[in-house]
Design a protein around this ligand. Structure first.
Ligand SMILES: Nc1ncnc2c1ncn2[C@@H]1O[C@H](COP(=O)(O)OP(=O)(O)OP(=O)(O)O)[C@@H](O)[C@H]1O
Length: 380
């Protein structure tokens, strides 16, 4: 009895529902802290799971742990994200209805990592076939792709998601994952043109510059030097010790192929990403009447080539405002300040549309392609 009480005192209480002073915030935090110091990062509040970011690798994830949690009743084992995932899955199968797992917390609290653990759990625990393995791989590989285009280093988190994500995994009545869908919203497009000190632009820019093959960079007119690009240097930290842009580039390139981006898609995609870097290097000076004039035409040449827009049209569009009156279209010249604004607005719009296109392509590849078998046994 005494031993178990000591043990309980050492590792706190596994479920806050059992906490004596359940209305006390101090008691709540004390319990969380006590468990955290023993590397126990999970605690229940009934069926709700509280998770504390350990900021280090713990030996509580992986195949061995998944096997332990698969098919076991929720409260039989210590709290774990696998227990939550398993419980949602089995309840869905027994009740034949939709279930969702809501993950919330402040930036850097571990939401993205938690969602990956859940995906990995389903990838291992759900029954599968060769065709479904394909979908499973795509579900898993959609993460590095979306993170490359939608995540960035911030002061709080080296891999912060700068967009909201709602992910569906579709299961058939036997619990096999047959498809998925990702809804993204509120991408922080302003990051493309401005980053606070100590922060970075979206990972994909650095991955391309650091990891892109020589031939690709030549074709895109890029140098292998982040410092050469204004949009990559606003936060003055192109390199981050916890991030390996070169190896992440290889992961993303491989993932794009698995997710069925064609060579043509990939070529176009990086042409657009590179064009944003060139756009950021376009600078203006005040002409004789104070209107914006381009400082250097080389960048315009590259943007024009990569986006397939004639250079004079692009140049005119960046330095003039189009006003449609009732009878005619008037083009009034911009000041330098307005031209910079127009350049940045174009960069944000181009990147935002590209991000949406990437998400749509991922969704196409995750779409349920498993033939539906009707009650008569015919497939269609
Ligand atoms: N279970 C975990 N084990 C080890 N490290 C973790 C774990 N969860 C999170 N981390 C670490 O914390 C970092 C931040 O976690 P994560 O990106 O999941 O936070 P987030 O809540 O999604 O943040 P944001 O809202 O900024 O996207 C991770 O990059 C990782 O280094």
């Amino acid at each position: 009895m005494e031993a178990s009480l000591t043990a309980r005192d050492r590792v706190g209480i596994q479920d806050f529902v059992l906490l004596d002073a359940y209305t006390s915030e101090t008691a709540f935090l004390d319990n969380l802290r006590k468990r955290f110091h023993e590397n126990l990062i999970y605690t229940y509040i009934g069926t709700l799971l509280v998770s504390v970011n350990p900021y280090k690798e713990l030996d509580v994830f992986g195949q061995k742990q998944m096997d332990i949690y698969m098919g076991v009743n929720f409260f039989e084992l210590p709290p774990h994200i696998y227990a939550l995932a398993d419980n949602a899955f089995r309840t869905m199968l027994s009740e034949f209805n939709n279930h969702f797992i809501l993950i919330s917390g402040e930036s850097g609290s571990g939401k993205t990592e938690a969602s990956k653990k859940i995906l990995q759990f389903y990838a291992v625990s759900c029954p599968s076939t060769a065709l479904l393995c394909n979908i499973r791989d795509r579900l898993l590989l959609s993460n590095p792709v979306l993170e490359a285009f939608g995540n960035a280093k911030t002061l709080k988190n080296d891999n912060s998601s700068r967009f909201g994500k709602y992910m569906d995994i579709q299961f058939d009545h036997q619990g096999r994952a047959v498809g998925g869908h990702i809804l993204s919203y509120l991408l922080e497009k302003s990051r493309v043109v401005h980053q606070n000190h100590g922060e970075r632009n979206f990972h994909i820019f650095y991955q391309l510059v650091q990891g892109g093959e020589e031939e690709l960079l030549r074709w895109l007119g890029l140098e292998r030097d982040c410092q050469a690009y204004a949009y990559l240097m606003q936060g003055n930290c192109p390199r981050v010790s916890s991030i390996n842009d070169k190896s992440d580039w290889r992961t993303v390139r491989n993932a794009l192929s698995v997710i069925e981006f064609s060579d043509n898609d990939i070529e176009n995609l990086f042409a657009i990403i590179a064009s944003v870097l060139h756009l950021g290097n376009i600078t203006f000076e005040a002409g004789p009447q104070g209107y914006a004039a381009l400082n250097n035409c080389q960048q315009i040449h590259w943007v024009s080539k990569l986006l397939g827009v004639p250079a004079p049209v692009l140049q005119h569009g960046l330095t003039h405002k189009k006003i449609q009156t009732k009878t005619e279209e008037v083009h009034s010249p911009f000041s330098v300040e307005h031209a910079v604004f127009a350049r940045d607005a174009l960069s944000k719009a181009v990147y935002g549309r590209t991000f949406n296109w990437v998400v749509n392509k991922v969704n196409e590849s995750l779409a349920n392609k498993v033939p539906v078998v009707s009650k008569q046994g015919t497939s269609h």
